[in-house]
Design a binder for this molecule. Structure first.
Ligand SMILES: [Fe+2]
Length: 264
């Protein structure tokens, strides 16, 4: 089977071109957002299970959306909630994601990695990505996925802000839509999952219009709720896990969201 080709053109934009072999029947995209490895509430059982599952899926691709490890530094709210030093978290996270390394397209930083940069000028997220040979971008990554005549445009950022209402979170997720034409707008950070299809149209090279619906996603996190910062601040509990999508040959993007729970 031919391999996925990742090209990073010389550019003023943080762009990446990914070409997937046409022999793939579909593409799964399952990024890592807000894993927070090293936090005492990190759901390591579920995360390790998901890494194992991802490793066995032949048509799955991923990227690191930031806050992969807790990285609490002096003055951080979570300084007493981490179970190991940032250095040990760095090393452990490298070991943990090793099984999915061949599937990683790129990495972007989260606000937790940015803490080190703010105090020292050392970009720990970049060091992490470079130590694993993963393409690194310091804020956005605009990734075009070419496959079977389609170009799926993925716009990724860690996410910003502290929106707590459903409307505020939806607006935060859509923040790049006025200036950027993408098929997938993907952020995390708020730990509140959103999968929001937005109808849009585009024009082909002859000027003819066609439907090009976008999917606006906020990934959940791998942090448990009670006993932590979010519960202390009365931020609503979020889901734990991920919201993977499947790219199909006809251009459709399918998202998987699970509402887990018993119905007694
Ligand atoms: Fe974050």
């Amino acid at each position: 089977m031919r391999k996925v080709v990742i090209e990073r053109p010389a550019s003023d934009f943080p762009e990446l071109i990914v070409t997937v072999p046409d022999s793939w029947p579909h593409i799964e995209l399952a990024p890592l957002y807000d894993v927070h490895h090293g936090h005492e509430l990190h759901s390591s059982k579920m995360f390790l299970r998901d890494i194992d599952r991802m490793a066995t899926r032949p048509y799955l691709l991923s990227f690191n959306g930031g806050d992969l490890f807790e990285n609490a530094v002096l003055g951080s709210p979570g300084i007493f909630s981490q179970t190991s030093t940032p250095h040990d978290q760095f090393d452990a996270a490298k070991r943990i994601i090793k099984p999915i390394l061949p599937k990683m397209l790129f990495a972007i930083p989260g606000n937790h990695e940015a803490r080190t940069y703010r105090f020292t000028g050392f970009d720990i997220a970049r060091a992490f990505a470079e130590s694993l040979g993963i393409e690194y971008f310091s804020d956005y990554c605009f990734c075009s996925i070419r496959w079977r005549g389609n170009v799926f445009r993925l716009a990724s950022h860690h996410g910003t802000g502290a929106a707590q209402t459903a409307g505020g979170q939806r607006n935060a997720a859509r923040k790049d839509m006025p200036w950027l034409s993408a098929d997938l707008y993907w952020t995390g950070h708020l730990h509140q999952p959103i999968v929001d299809p937005v109808y849009r149209v585009d024009y082909d090279s002859r000027g003819r219009m066609y439907t090009r619906t976008s999917l606006v996603i906020i990934s959940p996190s791998y942090l448990k709720y009670f006993g932590g910062y979010a519960a202390a601040k009365r931020m609503a509990p979020g889901m734990i896990g991920m919201t993977p999508v499947k790219l199909l040959p006809d251009g459709t993007i399918e998202a998987t969201v699970s509402a887990r729970g018993k119905r007694l």
